[in-house]
Each structure stands twice: as structure tokens, then as C-alpha cells.
Design a protein around this ligand. Structure first.
Ligand code: KIV
Length: 295
């Protein structure tokens, strides 16, 4: 029996398609889980690209994971733009979302639009994210009306963690859960294309997700959301700060990195590095002439 000849698939048809807002909406409709991860520089963006994630967020968590601040509050727009620009250079197909840092969008619609425009024009982001309901709903509406897609973020909103009583799960009483639902519905009504639910009970997330049409990406919000997001440095075990309950570690890169640098240090000290294979040679006569020329 002759085998059916296989038609070679052109390479470009194998490549992932660029992620778009309609494709995300379609993923929700089809029940296809959406994978989002944070990235803060060129190599982490390349890793996210190669791993085939759908959305990359340049999260203000980068304030802590790569800039060493004690919280997300101090990071500036300039710093976030530098991180986002580096991510842009390492990324092709995932949707790139830039996190508007604390203090860069709350004061007025004009401030919010101007900051969002910088993330799009200067860093090449496809969309921006902002935190909270309340006055952020109007800021989200203004940015969307200016033509920039917005992702909302409710539940635990680290930029205002102090007002929430610290880094703790939200929506654990009926009235607080109703507040989370109200914020989420208001952000959807304001035009957000997607929402992040952070650190809320799984049953609350499941109930609210059913009321929403836009895709919901969860972090510490259980399995019923339309997708999941983790912080790059948490999931790979690079960050040594406090890891929340929801931060699953898929690798322990920090130990590998320390071991690698420690081995390098030991080899420099013992003289084992660099070896001949890491050094350049020069023709003997050229060397002799060079040495003679020095006298
Ligand atoms: O800054 C960040 O990394 C985030 C995610 C946790 C959603 O906002």
C-alpha cells in the first residue's frame, strides 16, 4: 500500500500568529486557556516568545523582581518604559501589555492618556494595564476612547496594598466580594478588553467570570478564569523575596545561577579559567616583532 505523500508545510505556516484582541476573545469563546507571563528585559521576552505564551505583561512587579525596590510603588514611568522597550525588542507574537505605574494615571484622564500613549509610542506596547475600580474606571474609559486597549486589574491591587490592609487575599466576605464584582463589571463596561483577578477566592472568581464577556486572567484566583498569569521571576525561582501562596515554582534558576557564578569565581581563583580554548594566539614572529618594538 502506498503511503499518502506528505505535503511539506511551509515553515511560516508553523509559526505562531501574532496575538490580537479578537483572537483573545475567540480563545475565551472556545474555552482555550490563555497563558500570560510577565517579562522585564530582552532575554525574558525571548524566553516567553519561545515558550509560546499568548500575552506578555511588563508588570510593575519588575520594580521588585529586577529593580530591587521593596514594593511596586516607587517605580517610575521612565523605568517602566525602559523595561518595556527591552521586552519589545525580544518579542514578536504575544500581545505586549505595559503596566501603568503608581502615580502615572490617577490624577486625571489627560495624565492617564498621556502615560498610556508613551507606552505605545516609546516602548511599542500593544495595550496598557491599570489597577483598581473606583476612579480607575473613568481613566480606563478615557484611555480606551483615545484608541489604546486597556486591561483592568481587580482584587489584590499591589499599588494600593496599604489601603487594602496589606498583601492579602481580597473578596473574602460577601461585601468585599461584591465590591470586586462591581469593579470588574464597571471596568468591562468602560471598555477594558480583559481583566486580571489577583488573590481572590476561587469561588468568587468563578461566579464573577460567568458575568463577564471579556477574558479574565487569574493570579491566585483559582482555575475558573479564562487564563493564568505568573511573575517570570517567581515561576522560574529567580526572585528571593516573599513568594505569595499562588506563585508556583517551575524551576529553581536562582540556585543554578549562584552555582554557575560560584564555579566561575573558583576557576578564576585557581587559574583554571581562562584555558587556551578561551584565548587568542598570535604568530611567533609577530609577537617577537611586537616585543622588540616595545623597547
Ligand atoms: O505587575 C505584575 O506583575 C502584575 C501581575 C501580577 C498581574 O500586575
Amino acid at each position: 500500500m502506498s503511503a499518502t505523500p506528505r505535503v511539506p508545510v511551509p515553515h511560516h505556516l508553523d509559526e505562531p500568529l501574532p496575538m490580537t484582541l479578537p483572537r483573545l476573545a475567540e480563545m475565551k469563546r472556545l474555552g482555550k486557556p490563555i497563558v500570560m507571563v510577565t517579562a522585564y528585559d530582552y532575554p525574558s521576552a525571548q524566553v516567553a516568545q519561545l515558550a509560546g505564551v499568548d500575552i506578555v505583561l511588563v508588570g510593575d512587579s519588575g520594580a521588585m523582581t529586577v529593580l530591587g525596590y521593596p514594593s511596586t510603588v516607587p517605580v517610575s514611568t521612565e523605568e517602566m518604559l525602559m523595561l518595556a522597550s527591552a521586552v519589545r525588542r525580544g518579542l514578536e507574537t504575544p500581545l505586549l501589555v505595559g503596566d501603568l505605574p503608581f502615580g502615572s494615571y490617577e490624577a486625571s484622564d489627560e495624565q492617564a492618556i498621556a502615560t498610556a500613549q508613551r507606552f505605545v509610542k516609546e516602548a511599542g506596547c500593544d495595550a496598557v494595564k491599570l489597577e483598581r475600580g473606583g476612579t480607575s474606571v473613568q481613566r480606563a474609559r478615557a484611555i480606551v476612547e483615545s484608541g489604546i486597549p486597556v486591561m483592568g486589574h481587580v482584587g489584590l491591587t499591589p499599588q494600593t496594598a496599604t489601603a487594602l490592609g496589606g498583601y492579602r487575599a481580597q473578596g473574602r466576605t460577601a461585601s468585599r466580594a461584591l465590591q470586586v464584582a462591581e469593579d470588574a463589571l464597571a471596568l468591562e463596561e468602560a471598555g477594558c478588553f480583559s481583566l486580571v483577578f489577583e488573590a481572590i477566592p476561587a469561588a468568587v472568581a468563578e461566579t464573577v467570570v460567568k458575568r463577564l464577556e471579556v477574558p479574565v486572567i487569574g493570579i491566585g484566583a483559582g482555575p475558573a478564569t479564562d487564563g493564568q498569569v505568573l511573575v517570570f521571576h517567581d515561576l522560574l525561582g529567580i526572585y528571593d523575596g516573599h513568594a505569595p501562596r499562588f506563585a508556583k515554582h517551575y524551576a529553581d534558576l536562582r540556585s543554578l545561577m549562584v552555582a554557575g557564578v560560584a564555579e566561575y569565581a573558583a576557576e578564576v581563583r585557581s587559574g583554571a579559567f581562562p584555558g587556551p580554548e578561551h584565548s587568542y594566539s598570535i604568530d611567533e614572529r609577530e609577537l617577537a616583532e611586537f616585543r622588540a618594538g616595545l623597547n
